[in-house]
Design a protein around this ligand. Structure first.
Ligand code: ATP
Ligand code: MG
Length: 278
């Protein structure tokens, strides 16, 4: 007879951040399984308490907050200017991203009323700022924002309803340099996040047409795009550009060796990856 963990046991071990090997363990009897569960849960709870103690005494800031600071330093060091824009977005701004009721992302939008929503992405606000900045500053103009975005998502280890997006854009660079700059900036963000072994993959995106995804195995960490782009005209803009968007919770999850984004994201049941019902 080969037994695996019960569903409840598996759920508990996962929320305590067990390894894949532990999750896959098999047993020859229910007694053996119960004894193993008790022992493993105790060990994982002890490790969780130790992590919380280190948070209190040493790091003092969750991985997500530390990652944000590290990325800000790396990007301003690379000549990018940080901007901060509103979370509340006008419906007309979404329409200019061609996100209307026939669009896949439209059903994922959290509406506040019939004219305003919580932003599902940073791009509309960055387009708006860039339009002014390109008048005021010489090219290339380099800006980035790190802030909350909101999307209705079905349950997944890699999706949150509220997540933190990093979006960087470089506008007005020589056309021939766009791809190499995109690769360079993807590498800079990965290095700052302490993530090795990523790859770049060409993908089709519903919003941006062709995108270049930053992947770690099967997990999408970020998406990049280049212009001139069909959307630019809707914002009254022309020019060459490259941009990248990353989800900070996914980066923090990978960096910290956690099993799901929820444990490192904004939340009340976890603190810095640790489930608090210990
Ligand atoms: P996916 O296909 O994985 O749902 P996406 O292609 O819809 O992601 P983008 O619009 O490209 O996502 O957003 C840029 C990045 O933001 C993604 O690469 C991912 O890291 C992150 N991201 C997107 N949606 C979420 C979410 N719901 N929760 C956490 N991170 C997200
Ligand atoms: Mg994407």
């Amino acid at each position: 007879m080969t037994l695996t963990w019960t569903d409840l046991q598996k759920k508990r071990l996962r929320e305590l951040n067990c390894s894949d090997a532990l999750e896959m363990r098999c047993f020859s009897s229910a007694e053996e399984r119960e004894a193993a569960f008790k022992q493993e849960e105790t060990t994982l709870k002890r490790q969780a308490r130790e992590h919380l103690a280190r948070l209190r005494e040493e790091t003092r800031r969750p991985a997500l907050c530390r990652l944000e600071s590290t990325l800000v330093e790396a990007l301003i060091g690379a000549g990018f200017v940080q901007v901060s824009t509103p979370v509340i977005l006008a419906k007309s701004m979404l329409a200019r991203m061609t996100i209307d009721d026939s669009h896949a992302l439209f059903s994922q939008v959290f509406w506040l009323d019939d004219k305003r929503c919580l932003r599902p992405m940073l791009a509309p606000n960055l387009y708006t700022l860039l339009k002014d900045l390109l008048r005021l500053w010489s090219k290339p103009v380099r800006i980035f924002e790190i802030g909350s975005c909101f999307r209705k998502e079905s349950q997944s280890a890699n999706h949150l309803n509220e997540f933190t997006m990093l979006n960087l854009v470089e506008w007005g660079l020589p056309e021939a340099e766009r791809l190499s700059r995109l690769q360079e900036m993807a590498a800079l963000v990965m290095a700052a996040a302490g993530i090795e072994g990523f790859s770049l993959q060409q993908e089709e995106s519903v919003v941006y047409g062709d995108t270049i995804d930053v992947m770690l195995g099967d997990l999408e960490l970020g998406s990049g795009a280049m212009g001139p782009h069909v959307l630019d005209g809707l914002w009254g803009m022309t020019g060459t550009w490259m941009g990248l968007g990353f989800g900070l919770e996914r980066l923090a999850m990978v960096r910290e060796g956690r099993r799901n984004v929820r444990s490192v994201g904004k939340g009340l049941s976890y603190l810095d990856g640790v489930r608090l019902n210990l």
